[in-house]
Design a protein around this ligand. Structure first.
Ligand code: MG
Length: 429
């Protein structure tokens, strides 16, 4: 069984996860050397962190404890080490936890690197280092301060606006309100107590941000900002209390960064291609975006809320993104900027992959006569007025469908064509 999914090791907290944390610690210590460890606010964070650090120390490697910090803060701190380890299950419910590994440049471990760690965990044939070589644990207390200082370099002017911030009880609670105050903002805090019990579902979707939307309107804030549990994600609400969809947020952030060469995922809106950027597309997942940015590019992201600023690090940085949104909102009305960006009807859904061969589906859908086809992730058929993406889910036995077109009826028609083709292929299979 593969231990690592699309976002590291992630599962319900149990005895197995504690044992895995120890073994992963040994493997990372042995393969990488000096390691920095951080965790989000989950109640299982302390036990898993200590298990992991015990593993790193057992291997004879050096380990520093950065405490409760967001994933991007750990990703930035990793530049001083051979590897970073984050104890987090991102936006999963609080009973989950996990382990994600980071390179010094802030990029997540590649599948090849994860395989090496996985092999060491399964071999289970480690020897403890000699007692003479065991190291002490040091605290790495300046991670938050260093991240804040680096972000502030890019925002020298006092922002003088009001911002509502919903950290969802996650790791951003320890940094985003503080950073924004240092930037000159008045901050309205919602769910910014790092208790480990998430007061709202952790994923920053429109559906989960009712409280933030209400707060922006009540306090007449210039912007609303929300994070997931480990704050690698950031989503925003305009001054009218309207959730800004991820595709639009990507354009806003890229433009404000002065970006020309951007990287995004295959499922992001076609509106991004119409904004004058040079756009490269990867398979779905921020890790793919991050690795593509190693070849160059000045901004990357995916519509789920992961934004990468390669000048800082290759780790999605919800904290930097929060500062950027506040800076934009100090100069313009977010609603007016967002309304200027085109949005097209988009249909998203998923079906069971049971009995559906993707190759059969692909040949069946070629009857729609696309102008082009790419196999970056599953397959994507492009038409003059829209596109259709069909790809296997990375986490469940499902096929994910996305259709976008210039009109509602065309998007619906593309989506239905895919659904019909799936039924036909399933019957024939
Ligand atoms: Mg996350």
């Amino acid at each position: 069984m593969a231990l690592f999914g699309t976002s590291g090791i992630r599962r319900l907290f149990d005895r197995e996860l504690v044992v895995l944390a120890f073994k992963a610690g040994v493997a990372v210590g042995r393969n990488c050397g000096r390691v920095v460890v951080g965790r989000d606010t989950r109640t299982s964070g302390p036990v898993l962190k200590h298990a992991l650090m015990a593993g790193v120390l057992t291997s004879g490697a050096e380990c520093q404890d950065a405490g409760v910090i967001p994933t991007p803060t750990l990703g930035y701190a990793a530049r001083h080490f051979d590897a970073g380890v984050m104890i987090t299950a991102s936006h999963n419910p609080p009973e989950y936890n996990g382990i994600k590994l980071w390179n010094p440049d802030g990029s997540a471990f590649s599948p090849e690197q994860e395989k090496e760690i996985e092999k060491l965990i399964y071999d289970d044939a480690f020897a403890a280092a000699s007692w003479r070589k065991l190291k002490a644990v040091a605290s790495y207390e300046t991670a938050i301060e260093e991240h804040v200082r680096r972000i502030r370099q890019d925002f020298p002017a006092s922002l003088r606006i009001k911002v509502a911030v919903d950290c969802g009880g996650g790791a951003a609670s320890v940094i985003t309100p503080r950073l924004l105050r240092k930037l000159g903002c008045e901050v309205v805090e919602i769910n910014c107590q790092p208790t480990g019990f998430f007061p709202r579902p952790s994923e920053p979707t429109e559906l989960n941000l009712g409280e933030l939307i209400k707060a922006v309107r009540e306090h007449e804030a210039h912007a609303g900002i929300a994070h997931d549990g480990d704050a690698d994600r950031m989503m925003a609400v305009d001054e009218r209390g309207r959730f800004i969809p991820g595709d639009k947020l990507m354009v806003l952030l890229a433009q404000a960064q002065g970006a020309k060469d951007i990287v995004t995922t295959i499922d992001a809106s076609m509106s991004i291609d119409e904004m004058g950027f040079q756009v490269r597309r990867t398979r779905v997942g921020d890790t793919a975006v991050s690795h593509e940015l190693k070849k160059g590019g000045d901004f990357g992201g995916e519509p789920s809320g992961a934004w990468i600023f390669p000048r800082i690090s290759l780790c999605p940085d919800g904290i930097y993104a929060a500062a950027r949104i506040a800076a934009i909102a100090s100069q313009y009305k977010l609603s007016e900027l967002a309304d200027r960006i085109p949005a097209y009807p988009i249909r998203r859904g998923s079906v069971s992959s049971d009995g559906v061969a993707l190759s059969h589906l692909e040949s069946s859908l070629m009857a729609l006569k696309p102008v082009s086809m790419t196999n970056t992730d599953g397959f994507k058929l492009s038409f003059k007025d829209g596109w259709l993406l069909i790809r296997p889910s990375g986490t469940e036995p499902k096929i994910r469908l996305t259709a976008e077109a210039r009109t509602e009826s065309r998007a619906q028609k593309l989506y239905e064509s895919a659904m019909n083709a799936i039924q036909t292929v399933r019957k024939e299979g």
